[in-house]
Design a protein around this ligand. Structure first.
Ligand code: FE
Length: 171
């Protein structure tokens, strides 16, 4: 959801995405061989990132309760903060240790607006909340804060389902 898609070639139109193996999305892409990408704009709030980007879809329907916005080809998107949507059909997978790189043929692409795409830098500077100064552990993946002096070794982030190894002491 944040700068993960890269265009590799124009003809055929191919893109790549790198997905962390411990994410639910990874298993979904591996199993189905297809995926959709939403290109978010600078209007996207932290809630959008947290809800759609970081929260695991394993146990929840992330789209429950939000308006059904779809392109003619059926691609779902969040209105107001998405400037493009695209679909990929995986043609190659590359094992890259913690991540798998999926190379895909673009099967559908639609521009929704000309609003500026959000970059990592913009996200860190303007969207991601600055952590509060108190004792605790923060999830490096999604920003979830565990309040307490010591983080249990078997702790699992309730939002993104990453384990204690992906937490760092709050600075
Ligand atoms: Fe997390």
């Amino acid at each position: 959801i944040i700068n993960t898609a890269i265009q590799l070639t124009g003809s055929p139109c191919r893109i790549s995405i790198a997905v962390n193996k411990s994410n639910y999305t990874h298993d979904m892409v591996l199993r189905t061989g297809v995926f959709n990408v939403s290109v978010l704009t600078e209007e996207a709030t932290f809630w959008v990132f947290r809800h759609y980007g970081f929260q695991s879809g394993r146990d929840t329907d992330k789209f429950a309760g939000i308006p059904e916005n779809r392109t003619e080809n059926g691609l779902r998107y969040i209105d107001g903060c998405t400037n493009a949507v695209l679909s990929g059909k995986v043609v190659q997978t590359v094992d890259c240790g913690t991540h798998t790189l999926f190379i895909a043929e673009v099967t559908d692409a639609k521009v929704l607006s000309n609003d500026k795409s959000v970059t990592y830098q913009y996200y860190f500077d303007h969207i991601k909340p600055k952590p509060e100064k108190k004792k605790g552990w923060v999830c490096k993946i999604c920003g979830y804060v565990y309040e307490g002096e010591e983080l249990p070794a078997d702790f699992v982030c309730p939002l993104c389902k990453h384990g204690a190894e992906d937490f760092e002491r709050q600075k």
